[in-house]
Design a protein around this ligand. Structure first.
Ligand SMILES: Cc1ncc(COP(=O)(O)O)c(C=O)c1O
Length: 808
């Protein structure tokens, strides 16, 4: 058999045999950049990336605008077409031309219409094809009814659950609904249509590659539920994946109980990974008894005889998967998941022994699947291909030894571009998209099968992160700021007084003589030396507290003078590193009502970057260089790594808080691992959640568009375009207490005893004691996060909860 020529997919994901299509900004993509090539920055940037994600930006826009905001927070880069800033012109460009990695918005994504799911098939246009040249795009779309109530204004973040061409609604409207329901922030919003769209995107990408290459097998993906085991998430994935016979993967007994309950499709695969005991194996084989394709993956050679023994006791033929330890290793943060010293899998000698064991028992046909996993969040496509090449050779040799392998399981690892730079150098980005991934996997596997003259197996992938990351957004409210060297602090020391101490006068001279950027290095060194001198003198009793305070205030004045030179990265050139560091450290600390350990634990644990952006006011220039600090009593509880200017930065530009006005920040792409791995540090529990679907009206409207072959939905922001399908209340204090084995009733009893004894001794009035008791009781039933704190003025915080009412 001849291999077809290597022709990677076009950005739209529909395979086209000829020239690559131009992108919105006129550049060519596709074969030109190669399957693992980096793709350029968005229009308006002239950027060169450097190692570690640090880049030198050259923004072409100097004045602030919504387009500038779009570039600054790199929304187009990471949002993948699911989110945009209302009013940004480049998003509008995408509405007519499509974008790389843009999710498919076809009828197949509409809930309850899955029987009509369209599986794109090679060159054939999809049912939802509305490319610029198609007749569809030339008709005027019907208009949705106007909404008098929407809070959507330019500069607010909006959602496109089915991609940029699909229905749109505004996150500020969702925030209003959350408030109306009496839910407190922080709050997770799950856009369940995005989950569906991701499942469809992945399946269609593989089916499209298979069809375009005329590959001999099919695709049978599985979702590893460890990435997000929440019932609603698994429900949605199973439902969206049904037309594709999309299966599930379990890594423990607990997960397998879920998977056996949910994956009832006899065509879909169930993968059983992880170390196994007898109970786990019996559970897996129970699935085989039901006639399902439950594959027990052999992670350790010692598991094999037990599987065979229990299968024989249960009179069932097992489906075995052989997990190989490939020498090819992943790239990025999870590199050690693969390679010779990986935790799971069989070495080559062990694999040979497994073949012997199966042959001795005449059970070669039971080896149905070969599996490897070289790490999560693979940053480079080259690495994926290396692994597939090695795995495919092993597959071919095992086939030739007589094993009946039908499935080739490439594990997880399909990345998510959290920072949107399309760079294989930063662990939070990657240099390929879903279509390129699928195409290169199928192409590489096929090439080796053709060379080795073995049957082309069905492809299985265990992508988790790429399925779930995009659907979850954590909305956090800001309740104040901390500023080191604030203008008030500096103003207080700016006027000299009579008889000032020499050290104070000298520090004043340093501030005064710092007049240009070229003096930064010298002035900063002098200021540091003077501050040290003041400290030594203070310790020796030679400097008063007042004078030392003046020296410190003037020291911050020098640092503040430096900030304009260190703010923009391109201007940081030729500025001493310590001056840049101090400028970063002097960033305002925005106090955010959340726990990093509960909501974005990977930022703390492995320095992963998540896209974070204000959800409104994006038409105003953000003037404060900031970091986010959470409400845990832990100095690690801060976010100091952000997506900015087509790279990452230690600070984020935020807006000055307005007295009496809420300010909301969104932490995006948190749907993979974060939901599940978050912990109870400081007893901050699970967040309130709302689950959102696009509205019934929109579903029908979308249907109408497809029937009428009309292109884009209009840019509407009708709040009725979505509905909150479910509200899940986050942990109350009592829930968290229970998990730590406290008895809330017992605590209430203990408090009542203390109050009673204080009332008896006369130190508390009875009425006051009763009110305090009731207040304590109500706290046990309250949300674990800060309640109703709004920014009032001058960094003062006002707790507007009904504390007084409850007390008196
Ligand atoms: C065996 C296996 N399969 C699948 C996955 C999911 O990987 P990802 O979320 O990167 O797709 C993992 C996670 O590390 C894994 O260990």
């Amino acid at each position: 058999m001849q291999m077809p020529p290597y022709r990677p997919p076009t950005p739209s994901g529909t395979y086209r045999a000829h020239s690559p299509s131009p992108t919105p900004n006129g550049r060519q993509r596709g074969s030109q950049s190669g399957p693992s090539g980096n793709h350029g920055p968005p229009p308006g940037h002239n950027t060169h990336a450097v190692a570690g994600g640090r880049v030198t930006p050259k923004p072409m826009l100097t004045d602030w605008s919504i387009d500038r905001a779009n570039q600054h927070y790199n929304v187009e880069g990471w949002a993948n077409g699911y989110f945009s800033i209302r009013g940004a012109s480049s998003s509008a460009a995408h509405l007519t031309t499509g974008s790389p990695g843009q999710p498919v918005a076809t009828i197949s994504t509409i809930p309850n219409l899955s029987s009509q799911t369209h599986i794109s098939n090679g060159n054939a246009p999809t049912q939802g094809d509305n490319s610029p040249g198609s007749p569809a795009s030339q008709q005027a779309p019907p208009q949705p009814p106007p909404s008098p109530t929407s809070k959507a204004v330019d500069g607010t973040m909006q959602v496109h659950p089915l991609g940029l061409k699909g229905p749109t609604f505004n996150i500020m409207d969702v925030i209003d609904d959350i408030k109306e329901k009496g839910l407190q922030f922080p709050c997770i919003v799950r856009f369940l249509d995005i989950l569906r769209a991701r499942v469809i995107l992945l399946n269609e990408a593989f089916l499209s590659a298979i069809s375009s290459l005329n590959y001999g097998g099919t695709y049978r993906g599985v979702y590893p539920i460890k990435v997000n085991q929440m019932k609603e998430v698994v429900d949605e994935i199973v439902d969206a994946g049904r037309p594709f016979h999309y299966g599930l993967e379990a890594g423990s007994k607990g997960e397998l109980t879920v998977v056996l309950g949910y994956n009832t499709d006899p065509e879909a695969i169930t993968c059983c990974n992880g170390y196994k005991d007898e109970e786990y194996l019996r559970l897996a084989l129970l699935g085989r008894k039901l006639g399902r394709k439950v594959v027990v993956i052999v992670e350790k050679l010692t598991e094999l005889p037990h599987i065979l023994r229990i299968a024989s006791e249960m009179s069932v033929e097992p489906y075995l998967g052989l997990r190989c330890k490939l020498t090819s290793r992943g790239s990025g943060k999870w590199e050690s998941s693969g390679g010779d010293f990986a935790k799971f899998g069989l070495t080559l000698p062990e694999l040979m022994r497994a073949v012997e064991v199966l042959k001795e028992r005449g059970m070669e046909r039971c080896a149905k699947l070969i599996h490897f996993h070289v790490g999560s969040q693979l940053t480079e496509l080259r690495v994926v291909k290396e692994a597939v090449m090695e795995g495919a050779r092993i597959y071919a040799k095992l086939r030739k030894m007589g094993l009946g392998i039908e499935y080739f399981d490439i594990g997880g690892g399909l990345g998510v571009d959290y920072i949107g730079t399309r760079s294989g150098e930063d662990g939070s980005s990657m240099n390929y998209d879903v279509h390129e991934y699928a195409y290169d996997v199928v192409y590489t596997l096929m090439r080796i099968c053709v060379e080795e003259d073995v049957p082309q197996p069905h492809v299985v992938s265990e992508s988790g992160r790429a399925i779930t990351a995009h659907h979850a957004l954590v909305i956090v409210n800001i309740f104040g700021t901390i500023t080191v060297g604030s203008p008030e602090e500096i103003a207080a020391v700016s006027t000299p007084t009579d008889n000032e101490h020499r050290v104070v006068q000298e520090m004043r001279n340093i501030v005064g003589s710092y007049t240009s950027r070229s003096k930064t290095a010298k002035s900063w060194q002098d200021a540091q030396a003077k501050k040290d001198e003041a400290l030594q003198m203070f310790k020796l009793g030679l400097l008063s507290l007042e004078d030392r305070a003046k020296v410190e205030g003037l020291y911050w004045a020098v640092a503040r003078k430096m900030m304009p030179y260190t703010k923009s990265r391109s201007r940081k050139l030729r500025i001493p590193k310590e001056a840049i560091d101090i400028a970063d450290k002097m960033a305002d600390q925005y106090m955010a009502n959340f726990s990093i350990f509960q909501s974005v634990v990977d930022h703390w644990g492995i320095d992963q970057t998540f896209p974070i952006i204000p959800l409104h006011r994006l038409c105003e220039e953000p003037s404060r260089d900031s970091i986010l600090v959470d409400i845990t009593c832990d100095s690690d509880g801060k976010v100091d790594n952000f997506v900015e200017d087509y790279g990452t930065d230690k600070t984020i530009s935020l807006h000055t808080l307005r007295p009496g006005e809420d300010y909301y920040i969104g932490i995006f792409l948190t749907g993979a691992y974060q939901d599940i791995m978050g912990n109870l540090h400081n007893m901050f529990g699970r967040l309130n959640e709302v689950h959102i679907y696009i509205g019934e009206w929109e579903k029908n409207f979308q249907l109408l568009l497809l029937v009428a072959s009309i292109a884009d939905t209009p840019d509407d922001d009708d709040p009725e375009d979505y509905y909150i399908e479910e509200v899940i209340r986050g942990d109350r204090v009592a829930d968290v207490l229970g998990r730590l084995f406290y008895n809330p009733q017992d605590l209430v009893r203990r408090m009542k005893e203390s109050l009673t004894s204080n009332i008896r001794s006369g130190s508390l009035k009875p009425k006051e004691g009763v009110a305090l008791g009731e207040f304590y009781d109500s706290m046990i039933n309250s949300y674990t996060y800060l309640k109703a704190i709004i920014y009032e003025s001058k960094n003062r915080i006002r707790d507007v909860s009904a504390l007084k009412e409850q007390l008196y």
